[in-house]
Design a protein around this ligand. Structure first.
Ligand code: FES
Length: 260
């Protein structure tokens, strides 16, 4: 899980002309100041650039400030805070793994997110009740890690890696194509850019609900979007798990005694 702070197509300009102009401007500046002209695309083509925020960074800036007009929230009262039994059991199982139960905050919030779809106030309240923490403590964790959603998002997480290897192999174009194909269907899709997802050898790649696929060609985008909409496995032939490995246990899950 990485820190919050990716530029996102739905919240930023996402491969659209304004961001492309900004990116192109930065590239021109590098060429002018750093003499990097020979390191550009071999044919001089410049595709869409990774979007940047106003101050030139990929990081959007600090999160929302706390509402200081509210009274501090206290540890939720179990008598008045119903928690689904399955969620409670999952959080308690995570707490049992650590000498300091606060260390289970991230997996507890992830469990609450899976149950509620996002780290809603109700989800935070329930996790805080089980962990005997204030909601504020868990909100500080949830707002720091960008895979914990503090606003409602679409049902399917589609993360497009836009880090260096994927960028050089067309990740910006892939992100723009997915954004265009998905349109405004934000109920189904949570599409966003992501920094290195750790599968650089299949660049440009994406994670679809945790399933790694790549390299993803632009003409596969309509099929991929339709598969996600229909609940089908995304691009089965491009899944990382289908690739050959010299390790005979590479695709065996940890519960079966191998690697995950
Ligand atoms: S740069 Fe994309 S997975 Fe590493």
């Amino acid at each position: 899980m990485s820190r919050r702070g990716e530029a996102e197509p739905s919240r930023a300009t996402g491969g659209h002309p304004a961001s492309s102009e900004r990116g192109a401007g930065r590239s021109a500046e590098v060429t002018h100041n750093g003499g990097e002209a020979g390191h550009g695309h071999p044919h001089g083509r410049r595709g869409p650039q990774v979007q940047r925020f106003g101050h030139g960074s990929r990081v959007p800036g600090w999160d929302e400030a706390a509402d200081l007009s509210k009274d501090p929230a206290v540890v939720p009262d179990p008598a008045t805070t119903p928690v689904p039994a399955q969620l409670r059991a999952e959080i308690e199982a995570h707490m049992a793994k650590y000498p300091d139960t606060r260390s289970a905050s991230i997996p507890a919030l992830a469990a609450a997110q899976r149950h509620h779809g996002w780290c809603s106030p109700e989800a935070i309240e329930q996790a805080a009740c089980v962990m005997r923490l204030t909601p504020g403590y868990l909100i500080s964790v949830a707002s720091f890690y960008d895979m914990l959603e503090t606003h409602p998002v679409g049902r399917h997480n589609v993360y497009v890696c836009t880090n260096i290897s994927c960028s050089l192999c067309g990740a910006d174009e892939l992100l723009a194509a997915l954004s265009e194909e998905i349109g405004d269907d934000s109920e189904t899709f949570n599409l966003r850019a992501f920094e290195c997802l750790g599968a650089c050898d299949i660049a440009p790649m994406a994670s679809v609900d945790g399933v790694y696929i790549g390299p993803v060609a632009l003409d596969e985008v309509p099929k991929l979007v339709e598969q996600v909409r229909s609940g089908l496995p995304p691009l089965p032939n491009k899944q990382l798990s289908s690739r050959k490995s010299t390790d005979p246990n590479a695709h065996v899950t940890s519960s079966e005694g191998g690697h995950s």
